[in-house]
Design a binder for this molecule. Sequence first.
Ligand code: ATP
Length: 391
Amino acid sequence: MKFKQLDITGFKSFSEKTTFLIEDGLTGIVGPNGCGKSNIVESLRWCMGENSAKSMRGSGMEDVIFSGTSNRPSKNISEVVLKLDNQNKEGPAQYREFDEILVRRKIEKDKGSKYYINDKEVRAKDVQTLFADLSTGAHSPSLISQGKIGQLVTAKPIERKSILEEAAGISGIHARRQEAETRLNAAENNLKKADELKRQQQKQLDNLKKQAEEATRYKEISKEIKKIEAGMYYLKIREIEKDKKQIVEKLSELEDEISAVNIDFNHNNTLLEEENKKLAPLRDKKMESVASLQKLNLDITNLNEEESRVKTLQEKLEKSIRTLESDLEREKSISLDADLNEKRISKEKEDLFKTENELLEVETNSSKELKESKSQLENLQSKLDNLLDQI
Ligand code: ATP
């Protein structure tokens, strides 16, 4: 397999897409210091899966992204695509069907790196294994960067071993072996876990078997219970149907009774209506009688009041009569006294005729008193007559 083409975009000093065609024979890149020759080799190593920022001459992996110059803005993405020629089908078995293998690495600020082989996203390890199988890679001694030759001369035996392995084309197998061993250990652990799980599940199975036996027995007993219950329900339904029949019969009897009662009720209602019709004039009459009664009651009250008033008057009059009678008695006695006085005075007149002048005054007074008494007596008499008339 051969490297055919290298596309660099936004990587270090390459802001725009730059394509390097790697033709047959030796390819050399020449240029002044700082023009970016080492950046091309680094892009190659980066694309092969380099994960040490230090060996990329940076403090972080994002340092490989073009950081801008005085007249070019910085970029957010850096991408390197390496095209491999696989026409002679020497590549790893899974890519043997392809004539070309495109290995792509892309890094985006704050999002990290992504690897693709033939536009299918893969792990970094897959890319590293692919190049290990091809006896190359980011850390391959076939890529000699500045100052690396000195390092090779002073390398330890274990480091030299990796150079020999790569020269023998078995570095990929070695990497795979390590991976396979890790996988084997993981598989052994999984096997142990599976055994443990199997033991637990066996226990659960035994429990479940017991439960299943109990469940079967429960089902059989439940069936028996259901049969007995069904028999009981059947007998109960028969009883209920019997009761229902009786109730229906009773219900029809009651319905007959209700209809008879309804007929009576309607008849009575008609009678009631007729009676009500007859009752209407009687009601009017009753109202009239009640009105008359109220009027009579009022009259009686008035008469009672009149009677009590007359009684009071009568008592007053009787009292007046009694007063008048006593007055009359008194006046009669006065009149009697007057008569006696008159007699005495006449006798004295006779006796004292001689002293007529002296007695004339007495006589005149006496006759005056007599006249007044008489008039009073007449007045009293007439009053008494009037009162007697009133009574
Ligand atoms: P020399 O012959 O001296 O070894 P060189 O040709 O190999 O030089 P490089 O070391 O590949 O040159 O390139 C160095 C140049 O790359 C420097 O000018 C440096 O500014 C530039 N450079 C390195 N990293 C970035 C980056 N992230 N963004 C922009 N330019 C970068």
